[in-house]
Design a protein around this ligand. Structure first.
Ligand code: COI
Length: 355
């Protein structure tokens, strides 16, 4: 158990209004920090006023990107209870990423304690309008002042909090997606399954290209054959073809999303056929041609459920479900957000209350 020291912020900010929150621009009054040194382990856990941090310009994170991050959310229920959604999954994934990036592991109970204490202190920042929540961003950076390429021997672990609304300006309305054939995001054996900045840095060029053409996000294809569907921008992706819901299997190059896992579990519970397997873009286009492509949607913590209304693959444009949210996508969105906000009974022990 961590002995977290508190330094309270004397100048509290005005809370943002729940409407028009957007994503990732407002931060709460406090943050969590803990340091690591080889031979000493993680030490000095503290909650301090939200503030800039000071780092040596040679800190390794700036040069070789040895860092990781996570994304989770806290929700306020109608009775003013505060819920986390499957925090164990994100915390466990932290150590999967740490292992790949040669970052020292974090004790999973300590990480949950740090999240709970910080969120509890900042609970008045949790917005309560529909579709809003408090986004939790834990991250770790390599801090050795050194320009050689190796694992750092010192790190900082931090958690910041951000009241958020919808990640995409479209909200729950369908987004238009560009199927990328020039750039790739990751290959098996690389870092595609890890939650680390490098994956997102590699994605920006294609995302800009898609934006210029009027598309919100990129659909990535596998890096070897450029044939199989991987994931979309900041989300995992699902297609409903002739009654079966299909999502790409986890083969090392895509992220094992917590929302992805929850969607699969819900579909199984509802006896809707769901499979994790290789899915080629041609299979999706063939299905569309035959009138069998019923729905497509992305899933992610930030994006929640984001229906896909249009795909553009090498100039071949398909509209999905007339550009409207599909029945299954809507049911999944309502169920997941319902469980997250305590409106629907949680029979799977997914929520963890902060008291
Ligand atoms: C999340 O969904 O929490 C993510 O981390 C995606 C992020 C890049 C916005």
């Amino acid at each position: 158990m961590l002995d977290i020291k508190y330094e309270m912020n004397k100048e509290l900010k005005e809370k943002c209004s729940s409407s028009n929150l957007g994503f990732g621009t407002n931060f709460t009054d406090h943050m969590f920090i803990m340091d690591y040194k080889e031979g000493k382990g993680w030490y000095d856990p503290r909650i301090v006023p939200y503030q800039p941090i000071s780092l040596d310009p040679s800190a390794m994170v700036f040069h070789y990107g040895q860092e990781m991050f996570e994304g989770m959310k806290a929700y306020k229920t109608e009775e003013d209870r505060v819920l986390l959604f499957r925090p164990d999954k994100n915390i466990h994934r932290t150590n999967i990423t740490n292992d790949r990036l040669c970052i020292p592991k974090i004790n999973e109970e300590d990480m949950l304690q740090a999240i709970k204490e910080l969120v509890n202190l900042e609970k008045d920042w949790i917005p309560d309008a529909p579709g809003t929540s408090l986004y939790i961003r834990p991250f770790i950076i390599a801090t050795d002042p050194f320009l050689g390429v190796r694992a750092s021997s010192t790190y900082m672990f931090m958690i910041i909090l951000c009241p958020v609304g919808a990640y995409y300006k479209e909200g729950i309305n369908p987004v238009k997606i560009w199927v990328e054939t020039e750039y790739v995001r990751a290959v098996k054996g690389g870092i595609g399954f890890a939650k680390t900045g490098g994956n997102y840095a590699a994605s920006i060029k294609a995302q800009m290209k898609a934006k210029e053409r009027g598309y919100s996000q990129v659909l990535w294809l596998d890096g070897v054959e450029r044939k199989y569907i991987e994931e979309v921008g900041t989300m995992n992706v699902f297609f409903k073809i002739n009654g079966e819901v299909i999502t790409p299997s986890l083969e090392g190059s895509i992220l094992a999303g917590v929302t992805r896992d929850s969607v699969i579990e819900l579909l199984k519970k509802w006896n809707i056929p769901v499979s994790e397997r290789k899915l080629s873009v041609e299979e999706v286009y063939d299905a569309a041609e035959k009138g069998l492509l019923e729905e497509a949607f992305g899933t992610g913590t930030a994006a929640v459920i984001s229906p896909i209304g249009e795909l553009n693959y090498e100039g071949r444009i398909i509209n999905i479900n007339n550009g409207e949210i599909g029945e299954i996508s809507q049911k999944i969105y309502d169920t997941i957000t319902g469980i997250q906000t305590g409106k629907i009974e949680d029979n799977s022990d997914w929520t963890v209350e902060i008291k």
